[in-house]
Structures are given as structure tokens and as C-alpha cells.
Ligand binder design. Sequence first.
Ligand SMILES: [Zn+2]
Length: 356
Amino acid sequence: MTTDIPAFDFQIKFIKYIQWLLESGSYTSTYKFALLMSLVNVAIESGIHGNETLFISYEHLAEQYIKLYWKQSLPYTHNHSSNEETAFILSQNTGRQAAIINSIVELQAKQANINKAKVHHTQEWQALKKSVAQTIRKYPAKFLQTPENIERTFLYHYDDKNNKGVLLNQGIAYCLAHFSHIIFKLCQQYWTDFVRSNKHNHLVFDQDTDLRHFLFGQSRQALSSLLPMLIDIQDCQCFYCGRPLSKDMEVDHFIPWSKYPNDTAHNFVLADRRCNNARRDYLADIPFYERWLHRNSIYHQEINSFAIGKGFVANYNKTKKISEWAYNLAIENGDLVWQPPKQLEIISKAMPSLSL
Ligand SMILES: [Zn+2]
């Protein structure tokens, strides 16, 4: 594996390009933002640390799209001043509703939990993935880089005849993963503004509403269903300080939600409220990362089978890749990391051995 990273002037060019992409062109749906966010997620999960190109299939992107739009396809509940409640599905397109939303709603009618839908409605899930993949190929992937009909191929080359996927150019996956926070925040903002200003949604936004949280906030999936398994593998002790857990235990995202907003089962640990509150959005110090890797290497099967049964996503290797990305980035930036009870210090330079 090459360890060369993209030159700094290339990285600046990348950021300028993203800025241009988000600002330019008229768009009629939120697909463009979903595509950028999906590319970022796939780049992070690929574990690429250097200049390599990266092939991404449309089906892989489709899974990311479904994840992004799933929550947004559920009815949005609006409280009127008269205390009446209405619920309706937000429009993601200035014309007719976005095709992807319609297909997702159909499957949601059978199963509202995305992970259960994937496991228990395999055929419908595959069909949904295929149709979303085709939509991505025909619209956002084709038009993302050509808002003014100027052919641009900075991120990837789009080939009309290739129906499998897109090939990210050298250095692009690296930049997507390294500038993920900026890209996520910007996309979420543009996306929220689009939904809010879409005339089809005007009725609901006659007052301030926490739309962004509805669109991108943490899913309401009850983490408490994981308690029995986590209590068991942690001997009912706080993951960080080791004190016996009592009623104040909380399920904690080891890689904080603010860094990677996805619920994956191997990411969860159990902490007492004191540690959970003190840690906030900081990464835990390297020794805890080692402890977490060690725990997952021992218990990954148990976590898998238990969490999938409760309707969570579980993918040990992917979660490990995400953690490597988060810690590598923190080391590069010299970020602060936390250790109990309240200590913050600059992260040490060495990653733990990942051979665990
Ligand atoms: Zn603790």
C-alpha cells in the first residue's frame, strides 16, 4: 500500500472544488448532497490512507442513500399552534417527490426498522437497492460534476456505458475522508435549507422547527435493548473508569456520533453517566482504544448475533476501519483526547497495533 498522500496544493484544490460544487448550478432535489455524503462514508470505510484511486459501485452508494433517506422518509410530525398534529413526508424535490423516497416508503410500510427490513425482507431490499443504484447512475452521478453542462471530471470519471460504478481519481478518497467534517456539515446545511425552502413543504415550516435534527439527528432506535449484552461482556463495569455500574449506566458511542454519525453495534460501550458526560465529543485516549479493539476482537461474534437480532447494524471490520480513520485523523491534527475522570490531553503520536 502506498503511503504517499495527496500534495497540499491538491488538497486545497479539492476544498475549492467542493465549495464550487455546493454553490453552483441549480438543482431540483437533494440527491446531490446525498451523493457527496455517500462518497465520504464509503471513502472512510475503505480505509484508504494515501493517494490510491477507489472504485465505488452504484449498489454500494445505493446502500448509503437508503441509510440517509430512510429516516427522512418517515412522516415528519408538525405541531400546530392550535395543538393539532399533522404528519407528512417531506418533499425532497421541487417537482414530484423524489423517486428514491417513494421506493423507500414502500418497504417501510412492511418494516419500519431499516436493519430489520434488510434482514427479513431480503428480496424487497435487493430490489430497492437495485432501483436506487439505477437512479444514482442516471441522475446524481451523471450530473454532479456538470452543473452548467461543463464537463468536469475532478472527483471521478463518469462513463455512460459503465453501469457498475464510478472510479474516484487519485487522492480523492483521501480528501473526502480527511475533510469529512466540513463536507458533512455543509451538505447538511444546504440539504436542510433546500427542504425548508421547497414550496411543497412550506405549510409545515410556519414556525421554527428543528428540521435539521429530524433530517440528520441520531435515530431514535432504543439503545437500551443492547444493555443485557453490554453488561455481560463488561462485567457490569464502566468501560472507562471500571467502577461498578448502577442505574446511571448509559450506552456510549465509542467513536462519538459527532465524528461518525452511524449506529454500528461494535461501536457501543457501556459507561456510567459521570464518564459519559465528561467525555462529551472527545475521542477516548489511546489505551481505551486498545481496550476497545481488544474487546471487539474477543466478543465480535457475540456482539454480531445479539445486535443483529435487536435490529442493529453490525460489521466488525467496517467499524474497525472507521475507528482507524478517526484516530489517524486525530493524530494528524494533534487533537485532544479524554481519559477519566476529566483529563484532556493531546493525543500521543502512535496508533495501537491494529493486528489485534
Ligand atoms: Zn466511568
